[in-house]
Design a protein around this ligand. Structure first.
Ligand code: AP5
Ligand code: ZN
Ligand code: ZN
Length: 213
């Protein structure tokens, strides 16, 4: 399957991705995760992306399209993929269609993590992540066994630099202005599935499974 996950910051894309990935043997391509790794490693890409990310603005289309074009060539992605956080602009959506057309494939389904903005601040400010695996926790909704420590590896958890109420406002603004048109684009193609992303994680998983069956 070739899937796209769209939703505002904190809507649960990164939480549901590993579950979908395991069930359908897909690769998980999250542009945010890839960009954060590039920033941490101070690669030329990371240096270019950092300023926009810190401000909660979108990185340029050319940079992210380049990352995705490269990543989709990986052998682990040949059976299918989950795009988490891409495409986020109309230009990115068009470029993605062009890339897939060259390979003779297309997107099968787009999952829209629909949720009210008012719920997202609590989700974002309570989030803790294990950077190397991408595992995500929440102080209230999904706490680790030991505060600040990853359940699996025992390594420390961190909070994302952009997970503050101030930066969240810019991220939401970018979502409504630049990403909502992408939802419309896929609705017109008839491949959009709506999720109630405000529900508890297990119920969202059930909706995802229903949408993909
Ligand atoms: P990115 O990393 O993609 O961030 P985002 O879109 O803001 O999404 P998040 O990762 O914050 O949310 P999520 O939906 O994954 O939530 P999660 O499952 O973790 O992008 C970061 C930046 O990179 C962008 O601002 C931009 O600068 C740049 N960028 C990335 N892609 C780009 C692109 N294509 N073009 C241009 N720039 C790009 O859940 C959040 C929390 O809630 C967790 O703590 C979780 O445990 C909890 N939770 C999850 N589900 C539930 C639930 N159902 N009930 C209760 N709690 C829940
Ligand atoms: Zn995420
Ligand atoms: Zn809106």
């Amino acid at each position: 399957k070739r899937l796209v996950l769209i939703g505002p910051p904190g809507s649960g894309k990164g939480t549901q991705s590993p579950i979908i990935k395991d069930e359908y043997c897909l690769c998980h391509l999250a542009t945010g995760d890839m960009l954060r790794a590039a920033v941490a490693a101070k690669t030329p890409l990371g240096v270019k992306a950092k300023e926009a990310m810190d401000k909660g603005q979108l990185v340029s289309d050319d940079l992210v399209v380049g990352i995705i074009d490269e990543a989709m060539k990986k052998p682990s992605c040949q059976k299918g993929f989950i795009l988490d956080g891409f495409p986020r602009t109309a230009v990115q959506a068009q470029k993605l269609d062009e890339m897939l057309e060259k390979q003779g494939t297309k997107i099968d389904k787009v999952l829209n993590f629909a949720i009210d903005d008012s719920i997202l601040e609590e989700r974002i400010t309570g989030r803790w992540i294990h950077p190397s695996s991408g595992r995500t926790y929440h102080t209230k909704f999904a706490p680790p066994k030991v505060h600040g420590v990853d359940d699996v590896t025992g390594e420390p958890l961190i909070q994302r630099k952009d997970d503050t109420p101030e930066v969240l406002k810019s991220r939401l603004d970018a979502f409504h202005r630049q990403t909502e048109p992408v939802i419309e684009y896929y609705a017109k193609k008839g491949i959009l599935a709506q999720l109630h992303a405000e529900k508890p994680p297990k119920e969202v998983t059930a909706e995802v499974q229903k949408a993909l069956s």
